[in-house]
Ligand binder design. Structure first.
Ligand code: ADP
Ligand code: MG
Length: 260
């Protein structure tokens, strides 16, 4: 069984410490949900794990089966088995989806002969229209199509651990269900370990968490079973957020439905 281990992780962005000591251990096949109000550091955690420039680790460690991920550039973290589905997937003009996946697999010394078939199969499974597969990566896709596309890439690449940064933002209910189901299936199909970062509990209706962590102001303030996510649905984050600094004011969800 593989293990993604985060210990005492502190990190700063633009000279300000955002993560104040994160401890998390995710095993193969496990789903850990990290939930928290806007601005609590959820995306920062995902960026730091994947090695996005501009995010400086100031302490602690992150290892994948004992390999020091923080010492590696992003592409080697990916080759070590880490995958990030970004909150805001980037468009990559000029790069075809199949070329991207082929190069990623080849770079890790894996079989590329079945990429074309795997893309078609997974796209169908996730409900991503075939006509979208010929476009450059994420170019001119809607918010929901980009998230399906990220999920499809995950399914083809079969990483050991996936970080999902608000996979649910920008997705309608049907798309959310098919993406969440695909990832839930991956936890048994190829023993995928998941760090599911989310603001809302709706993602967790299909993607069943083993552990739920509450992240507030760069700290995990509580960890518990899936029932904690249900409780959040009714109580919100009020119990963990002090009144002097309402965390929800930090950042509005740009994908939020204004009519919801
Ligand atoms: P969440 O994903 O939980 O909403 P973020 O990790 O995006 O929170 O942000 C946490 C804090 O870090 C916020 O105060 C945000 O403004 C700040 N922050 C994140 N990324 C940057 C950045 N690239 N430059 C400056 N500040 C940042
Ligand atoms: Mg975020």
């Amino acid at each position: 069984m593989a293990e993604l281990r985060i210990e005492g992780l502190t990190a700063e962005v633009a000279g300000r410490e955002i993560l104040h000591g994160i401890d998390l251990v995710v095993g193969s096949g496990e789903v850990h949900a990290v939930m928290g109000p806007n601005g609590s550091g959820k995306s920062t955690l995902s960026h730091v794990l994947m090695g996005k420039p501009g995010y400086t680790v100031t302490g602690g460690s992150v290892t994948l089966d004992g390999v020091d991920l923080l010492a590696l550039p992003t592409w080697q973290r990916a080759q070590a088995g880490l995958f990030l589905a970004m909150q805001y997937p980037v468009e990559v003009p000029g790069v075809s989806l199949e070329d991207l996946l082929t190069e990623a697999l080849a770079g890790a010394g894996r079989d590329v002969s079945l990429v074309h078939t795997a893309v078609a199969d997974e796209a169908e499974r996730i409900g991503l229209a075939t006509r979208l597969l010929d476009r450059p990566v994420n170019v001119d896709l809607s918010g929901g199509e980009k998230k399906r596309n990220e999920t499809m890439q995950l399914a083809v690449l079969r990483p050991r651990f996936a970080i999902l940064d608000e996979l649910d933002s920008g997705l309608d209910v049907d798309a959310l269900r098919s993406c969440a189901r695909r990832i839930e299936a991956a936890t048994t199909e190829f023993d995928l370990g998941v760090l599911a970062i989310t603001h809302y509990t709706r993602l967790l209706d299909e993607l069943k968490p083993d552990v739920v962590h509450i992240l507030v102001k760069g700290r995990i303030v509580e960890s518990g079973g899936p029932e904690m996510a249900d409780a959040l649905e009714t109580t919100g984050y009020a119990a963990w957020v002090t009144e002097d600094e309402p965390a929800a004011a930090a950042e509005a969800d740009p994908f939020a439905d204004p009519f919801a």
